[in-house]
Design a protein around this ligand. Sequence first.
Ligand SMILES: Nc1ncnc2c1ncn2[C@@H]1O[C@H](COP(=O)(O)OP(=O)(O)O)[C@@H](O)[C@H]1O
Ligand SMILES: [Mg+2]
Length: 426
Amino acid sequence: MSEAVIRVESLSKRYRIGGVSGGTGQAGYASYGSLRESLSEAAAAPLRRLRGEPRPRPNEIWALKDVSFEVRQGETLGIIGRNGAGKSTLLKILSRITRPTQGRVTLRGRVGSLLEVGTGFHPELTGRENIFLNGAILGMRKAEIERKFDEMVEFAEIEQFLETPVKHYSSGMYMRLAFAVAAHLEPEILLVDEVLAVGDAAFQKKCLGKMGQVAQQGRTVLFVSHNLPAVIRLCPRSIWLDRGKIELDSNSEQVTAAYTNAFSQAVDHVELPPSPESPMRLRGITILDRNNKPTTRIEASEPCRIQVNYDINRDVVGAHVICFIQTSEGVSLLGTGDADCLPDQLGRREPGTYLGEFEIPPSLLGEGQYFITVSMGVPFVQVYDRHEMILGFEIFDNQSSQRQWQHMHRQSILGLELPWIVSKIN
Ligand SMILES: Nc1ncnc2c1ncn2[C@@H]1O[C@H](COP(=O)(O)OP(=O)(O)O)[C@@H](O)[C@H]1O
Ligand SMILES: [Mg+2]
């Protein structure tokens, strides 16, 4: 059996959030606050170490808490979990962008990583320069990079933009180049964070294919994704992170099933804090039954409505909300967007708080568990905010004629009853 190339031992990461002064902008006050903070932290640290457990404070958050696992050479490991679970923090620590607060990471081999937009490239440098820079960071010689250069450019489909600084790239182009570089520079360990959230379907497919190839060459891959079918297909094993801790580490079918199952006691609405830095931000989502009552259980023969509450914090042009209805395996059944109905699709949207709403017609979905993913931004250009499988609901069927025939219950995703015409022809 091959040995561990990634060893993560009792890894914890603490972030301070919100700042001390609540945004007064007074440098003196802020530095007094942080000095006070670091003094009290220094005083408390030995005690906490004795107890073995650092104390979280109200303005601190543990993005990771006591996470341990090993990955063997050639393994493809999936990492799943809700927004804020600590997935990106884990990959940032593994790629040495952030330091852990506690614990240890041991890596054997050259690491290539494709993290969230903005971490890999230098914005002022051109596509060409960034390829060479990244290669150098990975410890490759110039000749080695040159040998791979054309392949990367072709994969990323950015020939015309090679001499353009990457800050002018669209997020799709940026992602394509970032993926091409990470996957082609032959890292021994490849870390991939949510690439599939951006980019079009064709490119996603290309990335998944390339990752499969990388894995087959005996390299080690860590793949963070909300695309559960892709995780199951690519990764024999997965880790489910929840609020900074490992909830489950097992084979991917088991882990993804447990993960989606956890939503079944789901809440009937989600509220999120405002985030003025972002041009467009989800604030809440609710499922309403036909009596306008929030619910997570819907009778199949009745309609329900999904309400999406969001802030537009800056003037944005052509920005829209898209909701996906997904099965518990993460398969997307339907994508629906307000662009289909807003009169001016490329219009300017004024800052403010908005409420979008759509109806899921009766009998569309069969009995089962479903999830909603919300994405907002300018389609094909920029994702401002995205929340995967943020809300779950269950369709049950007490009323339809199927009920009378339950002994021959037909399991299927769609619950539509199709008109049959039966005639005796002989
Ligand atoms: N630089 C940071 N400063 C403060 N908090 C952070 C920072 N980065 C991440 N966090 C917080 O840490 C938690 C984990 O974040 P992240 O690792 O990005 O989760 P995920 O990738 O699973 O969505 C979240 O609550 C997030 O708000
Ligand atoms: Mg993340």
